[in-house]
Design a protein around this ligand. Sequence first.
Ligand code: FAD
Length: 520
Amino acid sequence: MRRLDIKTEYDMVVAGGGITGAGVFHAAVKKGFRVLLVEAKDFAWGTSSRSSKMVHGGLRYLKQGRFLLTKAAVKEREQLLKDYPGLVTPLKFILPMFDHYGPSRASMKIGLSLYSFMAKENQHESFSKAEVLKAVKGIRTDNLLSAVGFKDAQVDDARLVLRLISDACLEGGTALNYTKVMGVERNKKGEVATVHVIDDVSGASLEIKTKVLINATGAFAETLHPSPMKGFHIRPLRGSHLVFPGNLLPLDRVLSFIHPKDLRPVFLFPWEGALFLGTTDVDHDQDMAAEPFVTQKEADYLLEGITYLLPGLDISIKDCISSIAGVRPVLSKKRTLASKESREHVVWKDKGLVTVTGGKLTTFRLLADDALKAACPYLPRQRIPTSGQKGQDPVADDACQIVSKNIQERLFGRYGSAAPQMIQQYDEKLFSPIGNTASLWVELCHAAEHEQIHHLCDLLLRRLRIGLFLADGGIQLLDRIQALCSPFLSWDSKKWDTEKKAYIKLWNTCYSPPDKTKES
Ligand SMILES: Cc1cc2nc3c(=O)[nH]c(=O)nc-3n(C[C@H](O)[C@H](O)[C@H](O)COP(=O)(O)OP(=O)(O)OC[C@H]3O[C@@H](n4cnc5c(N)ncnc54)[C@H](O)[C@@H]3O)c2cc1C
């Protein structure tokens, strides 16, 4: 994926480099269309690097009677597990059941039977009280009855976005980050004719001829296409996570529980060796142009919930190593309780301008299908679908055996067909973990060389996620990272200094453990 001199005409322009835009881009390129994707900030800068990383059917949607949404999501989960091994991985859950609150055993039994039926496989298990006490150290014992377990899947959300984009670029698509769609010009019939974009990197303003603009800008969708549905608007809802070191509680599965205050489901889940606690669901009243951050009030809410569930753990904000907040693009009419708002996606059509927003990371392919159907009348009829060989199913050959099976799985999942070259090109010393994280030094080199890095935060928060796992966002490693990545980035020492300062400031403002001073 390199920054290229882009053409002035495409079959389709996609605005937004989150999972929705990446999904549409990938699907359209595979169908043989000439597609340009532009992202105003960095790929996966928005909600798509800030999710709970679950590829899930959404058990709670069953409770709301949304059977079709759950069924479709379960099917997608199974397909993504097959398509992206090493990136989308199986994930187990445990949900403790109490006598005095939370779901009843009978309701969980019905829900999980349906869930298993949809997945065409028995996906649930039961735990006795003694087994729960053994599996979850420090758990509340009063009124504890038992637990149920079930299966879903987990993904590095930002890497899934990058995988889709880089696979599609290998098949002929063009994707640029730090390039923003400013507006659309229409012909006499009112159809999309030209899309105006500004390239933040060169400062160039470009006019792209196209008949289709896919607006996949998530919570920003109404800036390009005001809602055509009377009374319906995007309601930005913030969801936040606190990150803790993995050794705080040995956990090989998601601990799912009901918050005692408002009876919302909350999760403590292991990911990349750390533990994530989330999420909240509150109206997002922070500046939309800036990165969202977790407030002290949200942190207190999450800690109250986990302390109630795990009184024996003695967890506090002092244990927290970082935090991350994201904004859900939820379509709302009545402004009901945030957690009761629908998570289903919408597609709006306006003569070549197709807006697709809402929905979930899990169902990105369904969103892409719907968007392409809506764009169909404005797309050329005959294009030859790509062979699918370059971006799909990369295979580890003998030369890859120099690294362990685990490393092969990680690299093939995250980097697809670039993985064999990564394994052969870089010094073997680089195939070691960065500090106590699961990321490898070699991933920094690959990202710096091939993945459109314009700022240090692109590298440390989205291509790799080490800014979330290392103490103080990895400040102690910045000089080493500079030495390693300098050959691949055309940054002089002044640019490195500026980038380091900007990264530290951003980390302290938006990713450090929450404290009141950020909100003043
Ligand atoms: C806390 C939280 C947890 C979640 N957990 C899960 C989960 O576990 N599983 C799941 O399936 N789903 C989950 N979701 C939902 C899921 O993350 C979102 O539905 C999904 O990421 C939305 O992706 P998107 O591409 O539509 O939006 P985004 O990822 O926000 O992408 C939109 C992009 O458009 C760009 N943009 C804006 N304006 C322009 C412009 N004019 N030109 C070009 N680009 C522009 C933005 O910079 C942004 O990067 C969660 C959401 C939240 C908030």
